[in-house]
Write a protein that binds this ligand. Structure first.
Ligand code: PEP
Length: 248
């Protein structure tokens, strides 16, 4: 049984005042039936952990460095994320792959650093529109998966997020058939790499998930939850997505 996961990526959004959204989210879901995760900017992690207190809402970072420490100005280590209250870390988001030139090898090194510190990596894969139109989607996400997984992964180490780049922040989600095709392919590839252990790896869909389309997306086989950007910033937008996953 895979425990469903509703994850929010706040990206470069959120100041102290936005901790009120976490208070509201917790109040709306005092005993959630699915796992909830919010990945705020690193500046808010520690204070958000205080806000969360004993509630089962998990927190995560949005990136970490592959090295444990050292002369890496502006970067954050996996141990620092744990120290600030994180249990997860998003790795290889398309914005990091594009804006920061992160390769699969870099993502893999970060996933290994995260595992060393006990963090669960949410490893993102996904094609651009040009790659989809060229019929390269499955080959591309298969290569990203193979290149980004840590060595000898176990299900507890990783979550995979399928995030088509063309669907992120655009309001254009793929069709259910398109999501089903990629998630089915990823499940088979994960099992090819990990054997039966791969049955326990959660595969999230990400890209323009909102209250209006969440139930339809969560009904697709091998969709174990969502990674949500814009609609995770307020409790009012994120809470109905959590409820849809609880009811899926
Ligand atoms: C994301 O960036 O991970 C994402 C899914 O964004 P949005 O939900 O805003 O499309």
């Amino acid at each position: 049984m895979r425990h469903k996961l509703a994850a929010g990526n706040w990206k470069m959004n959120g100041l102290s005042g936005d901790l009120a959204e976490i208070e509201a989210l917790i109040a709306a879901h005092p005993a959630p039936k699915v796992e909830m995760l919010i990945c705020p900017p690193a500046t808010l992690l520690s204070r958000m952990a205080d806000t969360v207190g004993d509630h089962p809402l998990h927190l995560g970072g949005q990136d970490c460095h592959a090295a444990p420490d050292g002369a890496n100005t502006g970067d954050i280590s996996a141990a620092m994320l744990v120290d600030a209250g994180a249990r997860y870390v998003i790795l290889g988001h398309s914005e990091r792959r594009t804006d920061h030139g992160e390769t699969d090898a870099v993502v893999k090194a970060k996933a290994e650093a995260a595992r060393t510190e006990g963090l669960v990596s949410v490893i993102c894969v996904g094609e651009t529109l040009a790659e989809r139109e060229a019929g390269e989607t499955l080959g591309l996400v298969g290569r990203q998966l193979a290149g980004s997984l840590p060595d000898a992964p176990i299900a507890a180490d990783v979550v995979i997020a399928y995030e088509p780049v063309w669907a992120i922040g655009t309001g254009k989600a793929p069709t259910s058939d398109q999501i089903a095709e990629v998630h089915g392919f990823l499940r088979a590839e994960i099992k090819r790499h990990m054997g039966v252990e791969g049955d326990g790896v959660r595969i999230l869909y990400g890209g323009s998930v909102k209250a209006g389309n969440a139930a339809e997306i969560f009904a697709i086989p091998d969709v174990d939850g969502a990674l949500v950007g814009g609609a995770s910033l307020t409790a009012g937008d994120f809470s109905p997505i959590v409820t849809a996953l609880e009811n899926a």
